[in-house]
Design a protein around this ligand. Structure first.
Ligand code: NDP
Length: 304
């Protein structure tokens, strides 16, 4: 029986974190201290865990972190005022508003209020548009993490047929855009797709981002395909609570050539790529601020 290569997300995430740590330390030696602000609204326990992990990882790589906590009943205006203050604070390079927000606050309005240059989640429409045009922009962390895993596993992705299962704004759509940028042939499957299993069976690369425990079994997979499981689902099994992916790991590992586990696959990559995005934002802002006086001077020379 074939047993797929395990794609070790923890190990690759540790490499990304080490790269970011080295580059942050080089910036700090020049007197530049990258900083990430995380805004948390309400008392959702899962969100608190995610924020704590992001702050800890930032500290680990030398990125200064700031936490802003607001009560669950805060108004949209109060939250927007915090975002605006962070937008104008030149010492803050990245802003992340932890989702989901309480139901009375329009998530999209808040995401659009973040300065696109500091939008380390890559959810602002300017970054979403830039990604679809193939411009270098801040890219959503989970799909960016999947791309790093794929490149390290497959090398050249050109011409491969990739099937993305799921079309959310956070995972499926940006994933499809990144695969297209890497010259893959991309098919996106969603809940209204006809015969999704047959479409998926044509894929050299499968990205599962559905949110349904173990939905993708071996009957969806072409022998030798590479399978990236984004799903994180908590289930009760044998009297225990476990985390499982969207892929039925045991059956798919018998036909795929490589597969990510859950946990330990895509999950660790997401925070690592958040650190990388914060570093990228800090560098870009530094370049822009260095260029700004020169541009102002050139404009003055041509118009004064
Ligand atoms: P969403 O619920 O936003 O999107 C799920 C997508 O799956 C939708 O596009 C939906 O289609 C599609 N879908 C649902 N049922 C089927 C089906 N039977 N056949 C084909 N497609 C289907 O989820 P997210 O994209 O936010 O997350 C997906 C999974 O990834 C979740 O388990 C989540 O926990 C996990 N996740 C993991 C992260 C990580 O760091 N590892 C980060 C983010 C998410 P339609 O649009 O038609 O409704």
């Amino acid at each position: 029986m074939n047993t797929a290569q395990l794609i070790d997300g923890k190990a690759v995430a540790a490499q990304v974190v080490a790269e970011v740590r080295d580059e942050v330390s080089a910036l700090r030696a020049q007197g530049i201290e990258p900083a990430l602000a995380v805004v948390l609204v309400g008392d959702d326990p899962a969100s608190h865990v995610y924020v704590r992990n992001k702050v800890l990882r930032a500290e680990e790589v030398g990125i200064r972190s700031l936490e802003h906590r607001l009560p669950a009943d805060c108004s949209a205006e109060q939250l927007l005022a915090v975002v605006e203050a962070l937008n104008t604070d030149a010492t803050v390079n990245g802003i992340l508003v932890q989702l989901p927000l309480p139901a009375h606050i329009d998530e999209n309005r808040v995401l659009q209020a973040i300065d696109p240059a500091k939008d380390v989640d890559g959810f602002h429409s300017e970054n979403v548009g830039g990604l679809s045009q193939g411009r270098p922009v801040l890219t959503p962390c989970t799909p960016a993490g999947c791309m790093r895993l794929l490149k390290q596993t497959c090398g050249d992705l050109r011409g491969k047929h990739a099937v993305v299962i799921g079309r959310s704004n956070i995972v499926g759509k940006p994933m499809a855009a990144l695969l297209l940028q890497a010259d893959c042939t991309v098919t996106v499957v969603h809940s209204r797709s006809l015969n999704p299993q047959a479409l998926c069976r044509q894929a050299d690369i499968v990205i599962a981002a559905v949110g349904r425990p173990r939905m993708i079994d071996a009957s969806w997979i072409k022998p030798g395909a590479v399978v990236i499981d984004v799903g994180i689902n908590r289930i009760e099994e044998d009297g225990k609570s476990r985390l499982v992916g969207d892929v039925d790991f045991a059956s798919v590992a018998a036909v795929a050539s490589a597969i990510t586990p859950v946990p330990g696959g895509v999950g660790p990559m997401t925070i690592a790529l958040l650190m990388q995005n914060t570093l990228t934002a800090a560098r870009q802002q530094r370049l822009n601020s260095a260029a700004a006086p020169a541009i102002a001077e050139a404009t003055c020379l041509s118009t004064c």
